[in-house]
Design a protein around this ligand. Structure first.
Ligand code: GGG
Length: 363
């Protein structure tokens, strides 16, 4: 049970661990947050388990309940694990669960901070500055573009089968994510934003992105910004990471670039994703970037850092800035002390990393 004082703020969070090793990393993160709440005595969090996922799908024929929005709007935030199973096609599970939440709740800003922790080695070295460190915030448009779900298939199974996948970009959708990204960049010391597109070959939506970026930039005169084609961006991320800070791009481009960023910073195991509704009309969703990882599910060796870091971001979003900073410091200290899972070159298991973070909080 969690210690309470009269000043305590109380939050209700929906916990959706879902598939693969999601339940392992979500329960590790809940353990850490409850320890933090117990120590701080200024807030409490009640996590309510929601059983949506592939097991639920097999039983009910759907990944989420029909009144998904009504259910989730009862909570202050959502903590999500991972989606995907070996015996259900990925497009069924992704659209059935995660995209059935992100779109309808209009969680249009997907924020993915990536940085090298002191004890975890970056895999690259800046060719200009020699600095091995990465400290980036990737902002992914999270509701439209290549993930619009428009398109179709005809003449199935025949040699002349046709499939279309339509990327839909709207002025409203681009303008709101661009404004959000410029604000993120403006709040960071470097005040530097890179806008990623593919506007040489994609001559409609991507050209609109470039135009909206220019327009929005006029409202942020103190932010230095530039444009990159996504292919050239991969090279810049590897060769001159120090030239980057905040990065914004489309749903698909940033999904790909954030995996690259995480791998460069050390591992996908430390990459998190805040799916935000900046209007705060709906609860925001916090999750690790990684999927289900069937190869290590049930072995107790998953890296819990991405999910624990997700809860730190969740606390910050809920207004618990001090708790967020305390938790981030504890994560950094544990990484610095070399308590790392195998993906980061260590020998610790999930329980040991979780325990080490809890002990760090107690100091
Ligand atoms: N924890 C996030 C997760 O399960 N991701 C699975 C996935 O395939 N995501 C694709 C996406 O975020 O676009």
């Amino acid at each position: 049970s969690v210690a309470k004082t009269t000043k305590s703020r109380n939050y209700k969070v929906a916990s959706i661990p879902a598939d693969g090793f999601g339940p392992e990393v979500v329960s590790a993160a809940i353990e850490v947050v409850q320890k933090l709440a117990e120590i701080s005595k200024t807030f409490t969090i009640e996590f309510q388990h929601i059983p949506w996922g592939t097991a639920y799908y097999k039983q009910h024929g759907k990944y989420v309940e029909d009144n998904v929005l009504e259910v989730l709007r009862r909570y202050n935030a959502i903590l999500f694990g991972s989606v995907g199973a070996t015996d259900v096609p990925d497009h069924i599970s992704l659209w059935g669960l995660l995209l059935a939440i992100r779109g309808p709740l209009q969680l249009y800003a997907n924020v993915r901070p990536v940085r090298t922790f002191p004890g975890t080695l970056s895999r690259l070295r800046d060719t200009k500055s020699g600095a091995p460190d990465i400290d980036w915030v990737l902002v992914r448009e999270n509701t439209e573009g290549e993930y619009s779900g428009h398109g179709g298939r005809s003449h199935r199974g025949q040699k002349w089968e046709v499939a279309t996948e339509v990327a839909i970009f709207t002025y409203v959708g681009i303008e709101r994510i661009m404004r959000f990204a410029f604000s993120v960049a403006q709040a960071r010391p470097k005040k530097l934003l890179t806008v990623v597109t593919k506007s040489n070959s994609m001559r409609n939506g991507m050209v609109l992105w470039d135009g909206v970026a220019l327009e929005v930039s006029r409202d942020f005169p103190d932010v230095k910004w530039d444009k990159m084609l996504v292919d050239a961006m991969t090279v810049r991320m590897v060769n001159s990471p120090g030239s980057l800070d905040t990065i914004v791009g489309t749903n698909l481009h940033m999904d790909i670039l954030s995996d690259l960023a995480a791998a460069l910073a050390g591992s996908l195991g430390i990459a998190l994703s805040s799916n935000l509704d900046p209007t705060r009309k709906n609860p925001s969703l916090f999750e690790p970037v990684h999927g289900s990882a069937f190869d290590i599910t049930g072995k107790g060796v998953a890296n819990p850092v991405a999910t624990i870091w997700s809860t730190a971001e969740m606390l910050g979003w809920l207004g618990e800035g001090e708790a967020k900073d305390t938790l981030m410091q504890a994560i950094e200290n544990v990484c610095n002390a070399g308590v790392l899972t195998a993906d980061l070159g260590g020998t610790a298991n999930t329980k040991e990393v979780t325990q080490a973070i809890c002990e760090e909080l107690e100091k």
